[in-house]
Ligand binder design. Structure first.
Ligand SMILES: Nc1nc2c(ncn2[C@@H]2O[C@H](COP(=O)(O)OP(=O)(O)OP(=O)(O)O)[C@@H](O)[C@H]2O)c(=O)[nH]1
Ligand SMILES: [Mg+2]
Length: 383
């Protein structure tokens, strides 16, 4: 069996049901599966490049400045706690030779091309909506960049999605047929704004992030889905991929039905999957805290010689586990945990203050509610 599926890791020398270890394995597996994602920012001075990237990742990655450009040369900001880095280019000043600007960017892109950790994966070329200007200089730069890297053309600081002037400008930009992501520009407002005291809510970032996600290789997709803070849908989709993958592996483990008392490899896989899901959903939680709380909620021992008690949470499991039961229980656990994570994230997005240390408690409060009812019943009948 291929070691990358995790099967060998769990079957060899694994004679103890140890929730904390399984969670820890899941976290490190998920972290190993994502590569550093490198984003380049380009566009004119002060159009909102830094604000855009900071909003996408929910972290102050690139400095935001008012007035004169505070980014004097191409700088790479590497995040210590996030697998994200940003190449912040000096805002383009009109009048400077476009060839020289494009050459500077391209030299940097090409210099990093062979370095897996530093390669630029996409460029956000930003145009401020209210400028209603896009010079030939800029289209030359976009065309040059697009030869080497994926370029997303972003209209920043749009008042609303249906603003007539913004839409007219967007149609003009699209009519230029630039070689950019989806052949269009993305209308966005990264941060709340207000006009004459009327608040304008942010919009457009989920569509932008989702379009970029679909163009990236797997490892970078994984990073984008887990690190971005604007699209819950994208996190859920990525977490469901993980559940599907683990369902397949679970079915393989139980291809020859296994007695309940020998089901440690299977429960290890399932708990490890929950660690993967937590990472994808963007939670940084302590595996020990999760294991202890999880064991209490499910009424299982956090460390035991067998995994038999673990499977008691699924009524109808019986004394052996076949491939169908293995993949169904994996699905149930995965979906329930995705829902628990989504609920906590939605509450955070709605403005509820859930502190870092309280996330585990909140996740586990959601679990028992979700484990009851339909999901439990779906197992009966699959035997
Ligand atoms: N309300 C609101 N303000 C924004 C938005 N985008 C940019 N701004 C403001 O516009 C100003 C410039 O934004 P930056 O993100 O620093 O622009 P930049 O393109 O990175 O600027 P340079 O790096 O100096 O070229 C700041 O005062 C931001 O707060 C937005 O989506 N909403
Ligand atoms: Mg900036």
């Amino acid at each position: 069996m291929d070691g990358s599926t995790g099967l060998l890791r769990y079957t060899e020398g694994q004679d103890e049901f140890n929730l904390e270890k399984f969670f820890r394995d899941g976290f490190s597996q998920a972290l190993r599966g994502r590569s550093r994602l490198n984003v380049m920012l380009a566009g004119r001075v002060g159009v909102g490049k830094s604000t855009l990237v900071n909003a996408i990742f929910g972290a102050p990655i690139a400095p935001v400045g008012v007035g004169t450009s505070i980014t004097q040369s191409i700088r790479r900001y590497v995040q210590p706690n996030l697998p994200i880095s940003v190449y912040d280019t000096p805002g383009i000043e009109l009048g400077v030779e476009p060839e020289a600007i494009a050459a500077t960017y391209l030299t940097e892109i090409r210099r990093q091309m062979d370095d897996d950790d530093a390669r630029v994966h996409f460029c956000l070329y930003c145009v401020r909506t209210r400028d209603e200007r896009f010079e030939t200089v800029e289209s030359d730069i976009v065309r040059a960049l697009a030869k080497d890297v994926l370029v997303a053309l972003v209209l920043t600081q749009c008042p609303t999605y249906d603003d007539p002037r913004a839409n007219k400008f967007a149609r003009y930009l699209t009519s230029l047929e630039l070689p950019v992501l989806d052949g269009q520009c993305f209308m966005t407002l990264a941060e709340e704004d207000n006009v004459a005291g009327v608040p304008l809510p942010p919009f457009g970032l989920p569509d932008l992030v989702s379009a970029i996600y679909h163009q990236l290789p797997d490892a970078e997709r994984h990073t984008l889905a887990s690190c971005q803070r604007v699209s819950l849908e994208l996190k859920i989709a990525e977490a469901k991929h993980s559940v599907n993958f683990n369902m397949g592996t679970a079915a393989l483990i139980a291809a020859t039905p296994i007695p309940l008392v020998d089901s440690i490899p299977l429960s290890a896989l399932q708990i490890s999957m929950l660690g993967q899901i937590a990472t994808i959903m963007g939670f940084k939680v302590d595996p020990r805290a999760v294991a202890t709380a999880f064991a209490t909620v499910l009424g299982v021992a956090s460390v035991a010689r067998t995994a038999a008690s673990f499977f008691k949470i699924f009524p109808g499991t019986g004394t052996t586990i076949n491939a169908t039961i293995a993949s169904t229980t994996t699905k149930i656990l995965g979906e329930v945990f995705i829902n628990a994570c989504s609920n906590v994230l939605m509450r955070q997005m709605a403005g509820e203050c859930i502190l870092h240390d309280d996330v585990v408690g909140e996740l586990l409060k959601e679990l028992p509610l979700l484990l009851n009812g339909g999901l439990r019943r779906s197992l009966v009948g699959s035997r």
